[in-house]
Write a protein that binds this ligand. Sequence first.
Ligand code: SF4
Length: 440
Amino acid sequence: MADVTGMTGVAGGMTGVAGTTGTTGGVAGGVTGVTGVTDYDAPTQRDFMARVRAMSDGLPAPPLAYVDTYGCQQNEADSERLRGMLAEMGYAFTDDEYAADVIVINTCAVRAHAEVRVLGNVGALVHTKRAKPDQIIVLCGCMMQEPSNVEKIKHSYRHVDLVFGTHALPRFPQLLYKALGRAGRFFDRDEGGGEIVEDLPVRRGPRPRAWLSVMYGCDNFCSYCIVPYLRGRERSRAPDRILEEARELIADGYTELTLLGQNVNSYGKGHGLDFAALLGLVCAIDGDFSVGFMTSHPKDATPRLFGTMAANPKMRRHLHLPFQSGSDRILSAMNRGYTRDGYISLIDNARSLMPDLNLTSDVIVGFPNETEEDFSSTLDLMRRIRFDNLFTFIYSIRPGTPAARLPDDVPGSVKRERMARLLALQAAIRKEKAGRDQVR
Ligand code: SF4
C-alpha cells in the first residue's frame, strides 16, 4: 500500500472482430488465457483502439462504459488511462451499470476489507448481465494480479468476461478487442516486470486537480504489504516525459498537480536525478500552479527534499509521511527501514524549514505481536508529533506477504479497543490544534 489506502458489452450492434495478433486464440464459451502478448507499444494499441472504434461506426449512439475504481490514487490515475482508451475506442460514459455496454472494475488488494467489497459488488453484476446479456464485464487492477483471486473469478464469477492485472493495463485495447469477439473468457495476469508505455490517451477528472504518475512499483517489501508483489519493482518515468505532461496539464488549466508513485520519493533510479531534483524541474515550469506528491516513505525522505519543498513557493506545504508504528520492535518486524527516533528527527527537520507544514500519516494497529507497550509507543509518538490528520488501519493478513507467516495474535477485541484509544487521542489533538488556530 503505497502506504496507501487500494462490463459487456459492447453494444450488440458491434461487428467485425477479426483475429488479433500475438495472442492465443479464444475458445467459444471456454476460458482462454492470453499468453505471448508483447505488443505493449502505443502504436499497436492505437491500432486496436481504431479497430474497436470501427465496430461501433454507424450505430445511432455511442456504446456506453461504466468504470468503477477502488483503492489508492494510483488506481484513480490508472482509471483515467482506462477511460482515455475507452473514449478513444468510441465509448461514452454512464453511471448506470444497467445501461453500460462495458463495465470495468479497477480493483484494490491492499486490505482484506477492500477485496470483500469488490467481490460483493462483482457478484451483484450478475443481475446487470442478465438484464443485458451482451454486456462485457472487465476486472483489472491489483486484485487481478493475484493468482488466487483470478482462480476465484474464473470458477465462481462466470459472468466476468475479461480479467487482467496491473502490468497488462497498457494493452487494454487489445484485450477488449479480443473480448468483443466473444470467443471466450480471457484472463491475462502478465508476470513480467511491468512496462512503462507512454503516449496512451488519458481522460482526466475535473480541473483544477490532476494526477501525474512519475513512477510505478515498489522495492521496499514492507512485511505486511502486497504492493511489490502486485505492482512489481520500481520503474521511473523519464523526466522529459513527466515535464512534457506537466506542461500540457498546466496549459490545459490544471493548476493543482500531484506527482504520484507507490514510493514517490525514491523516484529517479536509472535517470541520474532524484525526486528533489524532479520537483525543482516541475516547479520551474512557467505558470500559476501548485505541486504536491504522494506517497512518500520515511526511508527516502531527505533534508534535500524538505529543502526543495521549503525553497519553492509552488510546492504545497503538505507532507504525507506514513509512520505505521511508534515501536522500534514493530517497525523492524514491518521491515520499514527506519526507527522511531529517525522518524522524529525527519519531522523536526521538515518543520524547522516549513513551520506551516500540514503533516499527515498512516498508522497500523494490531500488527502481529504488538504488545500494550508497543502500542503505548505509538500513542506517545502521536503526542510528540501531533499530526494534522491520520489514516488509521487495523492490521489484516495479506496472503503471500512475510507478515502472513506470523501469528495474527492480537485478538480482534484488543485491536478494536486500541483503535478507539488511538482515534480518541487524534481527535483531541485535532481539536486542540483547531482551537489554537482560532486564537491566532
Ligand atoms: S512495500 Fe512499503 S513502501 Fe512499498 S507500497 Fe507497500 S507499504 Fe508502501
